[in-house]
Each structure stands twice: as structure tokens, then as C-alpha cells.
Ligand binder design. Sequence first.
Ligand SMILES: NC(=O)c1ccc[n+]([C@@H]2O[C@H](COP(=O)([O-])OP(=O)(O)OC[C@H]3O[C@@H](n4cnc5c(N)ncnc54)[C@H](O)[C@@H]3O)[C@@H](O)[C@H]2O)c1
Length: 338
Amino acid sequence: MIRVGMVGLGLISAAHGHGYELEKDAVEVAAVCDKADDLAEVRAKVIGCKAYVDYDAFLADPTVDVVDLMVPHHLHYEMARAALEAGKHVLVEKPLANSSAEASDLLELAKSKGLVISVAENTRFVAAYLALQKILEDGRIGDVRLIRTFIAGSEVVRLSDPTLWKGSRTGAGGGTIMDAGAHSFYLLRWLFGDIKKVRAIQYKLVPESEVEDHAIVSGTLDTGAIFSSEFTFTAEIPWTERLEVYGSTGSVIIDQLADPPAVWYRDEWDAKGTPLEGVGSDVFGWKLHSIADGVRDFARAIAEKRPPLVEAEVGVFALRVIERAYESVAQDGKELEV
Ligand SMILES: NC(=O)c1ccc[n+]([C@@H]2O[C@H](COP(=O)([O-])OP(=O)(O)OC[C@H]3O[C@@H](n4cnc5c(N)ncnc54)[C@H](O)[C@@H]3O)[C@@H](O)[C@H]2O)c1
């Protein structure tokens, strides 16, 4: 059995817990840790495991092999480092750290200790993106010319609360570019290759927040394709993502709010298109299932002594793009090399 310790029992922890529950033949949640009130105690009772309020005491627990970090962004680096120093494998929620330098440092430390670290990037497990990967591998849409990504939902309540980390520059390290950009830049690199150049602009609608709640990042890939990514945290709709891929012999449109959510168009006369096989409408489940599948893969990878499907290096790359995007914002949208 792989024994996992979950740290940070907030919003996203239910999806991680669901993943471990589905993998319970091979994974046991041995301990949970959260510094807030009795959160750990309550959760531990439900799971039937140990509860910790203090992270150092949690790390000293020899029954924890894998640390799953779901804490605010500014804690990712120091808590992942401490876990590696304590000899634990580490899964960190995105972004891997608050900078590419911190993330690279974590990778080096893990390597030097023979431990595995990765980022919980659910994008790699979204059914529609996996179906698109097959279309691309089969060459069905030819050379990709243009890619558009869109991530939208509402974080207005959390961004408006100055006691929470989400709208704090120190706590979150940034707004939509840091938070949603981590997903889109991972996706671009995974399916289409390196990003070569970026330019970015950002906006802020929530007055209490210190970070941007809307951004547009565009640029080019090494392949010559153009991309454009737009993120908003002020859209009052079910949390959603949209991906449009336009190739020389066809296109694919993925929209998690549409039914069917993923459609392949063969040419300009293909009015109806063909739904991608095995991708059904699942407005409230697509994200939850992909997050659960991601943590399951990480746990299985440790058990099977193989690399996880999400390579931590791609998480480092996503942070490099995020950094260049913020530099571009500071220079009024100037195009910069990644
Ligand atoms: N993959 C996704 O789509 C997705 C979605 C939401 C959040 N996330 C990521 O998950 C992470 C957590 O986000 P969230 O929305 O669940 O945050 P949250 O604020 O809801 O939960 C964070 C938890 O961490 C706890 N915590 C803070 N400091 C701690 C410490 N020192 N020791 C122990 N516990 C501590 C807090 O008490 C809180 O319960 C972030 O990295 C976020 O970007 C990913």
C-alpha cells in the first residue's frame, strides 16, 4: 500500500480525496493536516486516519510515504522542500511553486534524494483533451495553425475577501495568469510543443483584490502556430474551459458547457462536425474526474516505480511562461521570448 498524507483540506481537497477513494486497493490516506481549527480532526474521523494541525509533526510521521500539498501558492515551495527533506515523495497542486527557479530547485532536490515530485495538473486527464491528443497523433487536422484557450469561472467572493490568500499578491503570487495560466500553458506544451514568444495584458474588476481577475496572453509556438489564451475569474457560469484548435485539414472545438462538448470539423462544409468518441457532456464532473484521475496516477506511479504521466518539467515550463507573461504586462504588452 502507498500511504498518502493530505495537507490543506480546503476547496480542492474533496477531489483529491475522491481520487484516493477510487484507488483504495493500492492507496491508503494515512494522515491529514490542516492548520485551521478542527478541519483535520473532522476529516480524519470521516476517513479513519490520523489528524495533524502542525506540519512538522505531520512530516515526522513515518507512516506517510507521499505528501499531497493543496495549500495556498506561497507555501508550495517551502512545504514541498520540507517534505522532500523528510524523505517523502511529493505531489503539489498547481502551480508547482511561485517561480520557475523555485520549481527547478524542487526538482533537483527530489532527484538528489531519489524521490518523485510532480504537479497535480488535471489538464492531462481531461477526457476531451485526451481524445484531442489522439486526433492530433493521427494527423487528422493536419498542421496546427491557431490554438485558442479560454478558462472562465467566478472567484469574485474569494477575491473580494482580504483575509483570504486568493486575492493577495503575496499569497497567490498573481491572479488569472498564475492560476489559470498554469493549466493553459501546460496544455499548450503537452499537446502542441514549446511556446516561443508571449505578450500579455491584464485587467482587474474586483476592487478589493490585489491581483488581476482577467488576462489575455497570446504568442507563437516553436512550430510557428499562433496561440491566444484568455482567463477570467469574474464569469458567473459553471466553471468551464474552451479550446479551439484550427489545423490545415480540419479543426476541433472543445467547450465544457456545450453538448456534445468536443467536436471535430473536417473542412469548411462540415456544418455538423463529428463528436469526439467517448466524450460526453459532464458540466459539473469533467474537472472533478480529471483531478481525481491525476492524483490516482501519481499514487499508482509511486507504487509501480514509474514516472507519473505529468512530468514536473512541464510544470516548470508553465511557470517560465507565466513569468514572461507578467513581464510583458509590466512592459505594456510587449512581445517577449520565453
Ligand atoms: N486543479 C484545479 O483546477 C484547482 C482548482 C482549485 C484549486 N487548485 C489549487 O489547489 C491549491 C489549494 O487551493 P484551494 O482553493 O483548495 O485553497 P483553500 O484556501 O480552499 O484551501 C487551502 C487550505 O490550506 C490550509 N493551510 C494553509 N496553510 C497551511 C499550513 N501551513 N499547514 C496546513 N494547512 C494549511 C488552509 O487552512 C486551507 O484549509 C492551490 O494551489 C490552487 O491553485 C487547483
